[in-house]
Design a protein around this ligand. Structure first.
Ligand SMILES: [Zn+2]
Length: 423
């Protein structure tokens, strides 16, 4: 690499800037956690015991160090892949032997994605079977883990590959405006997935069961009735199949939407606390948060395809990464831009994600407010949040800059404060 194209240098600087920021934020957060580790901070005294607090500090630090290693590895791989000449070489060879039809080019993108995913597998394995195991969270068997990956691969083959072929065909069929058509098709596909995934995809990975008969069911159904939420969509999921972590979420649009309580959550919380968690999830439904987040992702898809279409016409962009450039509306003219954009997208979205997190945290506050108003008290939700945070060994003392950058949910203290203020 005696000489680098100007845009190659810009890309390299962007990748390194992201890595440096990640490591800096992480180091600052680790320092903040360590400073608070000596004794339980006053805000949490009386709500958590020494041993649990100590374990949450250890868990946070171990995960954080592991995250640093993964971030460095990802950046090194990205730099190697982008600047070694591997991509243009693979592209030439692939189109030389398989051809440059839409079917073949989609295959090239697909193989590239699989290869990159494989590189991350050892880290995923380590996180699950070493790190989570060490803190008593892992319940995944090797068989479940391998089956999960195989199911994910099959879904990519059955859904992802045909979609990719269609997008590349659209380039040939519609010419200069292909990116608008492609965005429309991908958004339609995502909408369909959002509606049917809770009924068709999620059951491939977990078992969903109606709430068992009894006091809890009566209590939760009464709440659902009070808030006009369709009761048949409250289900319990066998989260314990993979982990002792507990959670609850609201997902889907339209007919198949549902609120899911992890079985681990059901055993950890009291009936009253579960009611308040359900009230929070119903709050997400009432305030249409899934629809609003989907709006953002629609905007993201349109911008991504507009960017790819534009980049595919820029000679400097192709040259920066060693590709030969030809303007045209064949799949092979656009595929390098698509691949390079996908690889580089993370270096841009990294800086945008804090804005989306601000939005997401606002949704959490709204759902909490709804829960407080519906329950007529905030004590039970606060109690539930405290228990959840302890059982999951959540970091109680993240650095404020770190949590505002990365957290999709406000911290425990922020939520307690807001709930108290609103009550
Ligand atoms: Zn929520």
């Amino acid at each position: 690499m005696a000489f680098m194209e100007p845009f190659a240098i810009i890309a390299l600087v962007l990748i390194l800037a992201r890595l440096v920021t990640e490591l800096w934020l992480s180091r600052m957060n680790q320092g903040h956690v360590r400073d608070n580790a000596k004794e339980i901070p006053p805000a949490f005294r009386g709500t958590i015991d020494e041993a649990t607090y100590g374990r949450s500090v250890d868990y946070t630090l171990v995960k954080s160090h592991f995250g640093d290693i993964v971030n460095v590895f990802d950046a090194v791989v990205l730099i190697a892949v982008l600047f070694s000449g591997l991509l243009p070489w693979a592209f030439e060879n692939f189109s030389g032997s398989v051809g440059s039809s839409a079917l073949a080019m989609a295959g090239f993108l697909f193989v590239a994605a699989i290869a990159l995913t494989m590189l991350g597998l050892p880290f995923a394995w380590y996180a699950q079977f070493k790190l989570e195991e060490r803190f008593g969270f892992n319940t995944t068997t090797m068989k479940t883990w391998i089956f999960d990956r195989m199911k994910g691969f099959l879904l990519a083959v059955l859904l992802g590959y045909p979609l990719l072929v269609l997008v590349l065909k659209l380039i040939e069929w519609t010419g200069a405006n292909w990116w608008l058509w492609a965005a429309a098709v991908v958004i339609a596909f995502q909408s369909l997935l959002l509606v049917v995934a809770p009924a068709v995809i999620m059951p491939l990975f977990n078992r969903f069961m109606p709430l068992p008969e009894g006091g809890l069911r009566e209590r939760l159904f009464a709440l659902a009735e009070r808030t006009h939420f369709p009761t048949r969509s409250i289900e319990v999921m066998d989260g314990s199949k993979r982990s002792r972590h507990s959670n609850a979420f609201f997902t889907g649009l339209g007919r198949f939407r549902k609120i899911v309580l992890f079985d681990t959550l059901v055993t950890q919380l009291s009936e009253l606390e579960l009611e308040s968690v359900l009230a929070h999830e119903i709050g997400h439904y009432k305030r249409r948060h899934v629809t609003k987040m989907f709006g953002i992702s629609i905007a993201g898809v349109v911008m991504a395809f507009a960017a790819i279409a534009w980049l595919a016409r820029q000679q400097w962009f192709y040259r920066a990464f060693g590709f030969e450039h030809q303007i045209g509306f064949a799949a092979a003219n656009v595929v390098p831009a698509m691949l390079l954009f996908t690889l580089l997208a993370g270096t841009i979205t990294f800086w945008v994600s804090p804005l989306i997190h601000i939005w997401s945290r606002r949704f959490e506050y709204q759902a909490d407010t709804f829960a407080g108003a519906t329950m007529g008290e905030t004590r039970s939700l606060i109690q539930a949040l405290r228990k959840l945070s302890q059982k999951n060994l959540s970091n109680l003392t993240p650095h404020p800059l770190y949590s505002s950058f990365y957290y999709s949910h406000p911290t425990l203290l922020e939520r307690e404060r807001a709930l108290r203020g609103g009550a």
